[in-house]
Design a protein. Structure first.
Length: 628
């Protein structure tokens, strides 16, 4: 009998709690005003009415929000996003079409966002700043509280929650202010192939009988970004933001994560901020403001985020990544507040982009990020874009980026061939007139002005430009830096193989073998491509004509050391870039052999209109053999 009494009591209590839960779920929301207010875009049954504002500005959430849902998974073709009621936030974001390692290695789908520390979640309302009362400011904290799960997409499989087609809805309350965070997973891009993200917005409702004022809001965007590069040379993480400078034009600011790793906070104080977030070498994680609401944004804000040891212990696969790139941060947007009449609502709209750092793909998602990729200095971007366009066009035909690089090198070499031809002719001319210049130097050694005049005369008479031999090199420098940027940060060559088993990833060095426990160095990678480049450069240097002038001989000896210097520079560079220069060296050798000592390129040296038949250096005072 006693047992039956307790059984009945427990059963009655369970029925009572269940009835109260469903009563809370079906309580209709209060009517919303029009004008500056906005009806929530997806009408949904509201949670229980929160306590009045007079009770406390930071009053506790309704009892319905005590249930924690920490693994709400939304799967779409391009991504898998995991949400939590803790802050109504995104805790993990994985790209299903891309992997963390090349195809020849054991790999997993690429994770872009992970909860790197307790409460380090993304896309959440962190706080609302209220007007000061008696000189004392008040802040409503939302970021670390448990929000009520109101509705979820059907495929999430959350039991006991209203099912929707494309929306995930959280709710929270503070006094007379109720907030709903609505994520919408309907396609952002019409073609369905580049939906690397989703829309989301906050609906703010004043449930009280008096106006409710909020001065500003802070919306946390990306809380860190998982590095995508095991090579510390190119995998620098960046804090980035964009701001409108015109109706549709967006400028950007960026800082390496080192800039704020040693600081508590860093801000990009630009009105009409369009977006903020982080980039790694090949991907971006960005919170974007809906273009129509850019007038509301005040600044982008970045704060230091310390990665928890527990997180690293739970993810041994990522330990090397974070050891090489320990700088992490939280990105946020500071948004202007609002004033709500009683029973009114308004909203702030955003988008989240988590996808490739590629202008074409990003532009399809939003025009505000159509210039998100940076390869080098801004003034070199047109060159980078042109080279990238040609490279990708060739790759469509060859279906291999390695061969595309080879053909691109041929195209660049062919375009510069006229200059190279003039350069070689100028070099031959310089070598021929060296004895004349030496004679002038000796003859007018006490008259520098006359020496300069005669030197210029010799140059003019023989059509020799003293810097002509350097012109192709100077013109190739912008191409070099542009290509360096393309191969260092271009998404198109990420994990693209050229020769399987050797060059498995054109965006990384062509390491064939690693020798461990090398004294001083620790580990030494065997990268054959830079060594091949060195060998080709030595072959090219050995073909160059030798000068009899001691000064020129000294310069030639120095030039022979340059390939060794470049090998150290190239050794840990992307193999795509080194492949370009190795092929270029090979083509230069072929070019030199084709042009070697042809009659039309052999310069005729004159002095004062008299042709110099033999310009060999003779004993001082005897001059040169001349003839007509």
């Amino acid at each position: 009998m006693k047992g039956n009494f307790f059984t009945r009591m427990l059963l009655m209590l369970a029925i009572f709690m269940t009835a109260m839960y469903f009563m809370n779920m079906i309580t209709p929301p209060p009517p919303a005003a029009t004008d500056q207010t906005a009806t929530p875009p997806h009408p949904i049954n509201a949670p229980a009415t929160p306590p009045a504002q007079s009770a406390s500005a930071n009053a506790a959430l309704p009892a319905a929000a005590t249930t924690v849902y920490d693994h709400i998974v939304v799967r779409r073709d391009q991504f898998v996003a995991t949400f939590t009621t803790r802050g109504g936030a995104l805790k993990n974001y994985q790209l299903t079409q891309f992997f963390d390692r090349p195809a020849n290695e054991e790999r997993e789908p690429l994770t872009l966002i992970a909860e790197m520390a307790p409460e380090a979640t993304s896309l959440k309302l962190t706080r609302a700043v209220l007007p000061p009362v008696n000189g004392v400011g008040a802040v409503l904290e939302f970021g670390n509280d448990n929000w009520q799960l109101v509705a979820a997409p059907k495929d999430c499989g959350v039991a006991g929650i209203e099912a929707t087609d494309e929306q995930l809805i959280f709710a929270a309350a503070r006094g007379d202010l109720r907030v709903r965070h609505i994520y919408d997973f309907s396609p952002v891009v019409a073609d369905g192939k580049n939906n690397f993200g989703f829309r989301h917005w906050f609906v703010f409702e004043n449930l009280g009988d008096a106006p409710f004022r909020v001065n500003s809001l802070e919306i946390t965007g990306a809380a860190g970004i998982v590095p995508d590069d095991r090579d510390r040379n190119f995998g620098l993480l960046k804090a980035v933001s964009g701001y409108y400078t015109g109706k549709n034009s967006v400028s950007r600011e960026e800082d390496d994560n080192n800039e704020f790793a040693s600081k508590a906070e860093l801000a990009h104080n630009q009105p009409r901020t369009a977006w903020s977030g982080f980039t790694n070498r090949f991907f971006a994680s960005l919170l974007l403001v809906a273009p129509a609401q850019a007038e509301h944004t005040l600044a982008a804000k970045f704060t230091r985020l310390n990665v928890a040891e527990e997180f690293l212990a739970a993810h041994p696969r990522w330990q090397d990544l974070f050891r090489d790139h320990p700088q992490q941060g939280r990105a946020a947007l500071v948004v202007a507040g609002f004033s709500l009449p009683p029973q009114a609502a308004t909203k702030r709209e955003f988008l989240y982009y988590g996808g490739p750092l590629d202008d074409e793909i990003a532009a399809k998602f939003s025009p505000a990020i159509d210039d998100i990729a940076t390869f080098s200095w801004a003034f070199l971007k047109p060159i980078s874009n042109l080279l990238l366009f040609v490279l990708e066009y060739i790759a469509v035909v060859t279906r291999n980026y390695g061969w595309a690089i080879v053909l691109l090198t041929v195209a660049v070499k062919a375009a510069l061939h006229p200059l190279t031809r003039k350069s070689m002719k100028a070099q031959k001319g310089m070598q021929k007139i060296q004895p004349l210049l030496k004679e002038i130097k000796e003859k007018y050694k006490n008259n520098p002005q006359k020496q300069q005049q005669e030197t210029v005369r010799i140059f003019k008479e023989n059509g020799v430009n003293p810097v002509g031999g350097c012109l192709p090199i100077l013109l190739q420098m912008p191409i070099f830096f542009a290509l360096y940027g393309v191969f260092a940060r271009c998404f198109a060559v990420r994990q693209e193989a050229f020769i399987p088993g050797w060059i498995d990833d054109l965006s990384h060095p062509d390491t064939l073998y690693t020798v461990h426990n090398v004294p001083i160095l620790g580990a030494l990678n065997l990268n054959p491509l830079p060594l091949l480049y060195l060998a080709l450069q030595f072959v090219h240097m050995s073909m160059m004509p030798k000068s009899a002038d001691p000064q020129m001989q000294s310069q030639q000896r120095i030039m022979k050391l340059m390939p060794i210097v470049f090998v150290f520079i190239f050794y840990n560079m992307p193999s795509g870039l080194v492949l370009y220069f190795a092929v270029q060296s090979l083509l230069t050798i072929v070019e030199y052999l084709m042009m070697k000592v042809t009659k039309e390129d052999e310069p005729a040296i004159t002095d004062g209109g008299v042709k110099v038949v033999d310009a060999k250096i003779v004993p001082a005072g005897k001059g040169f053999k001349r003839g007509k």
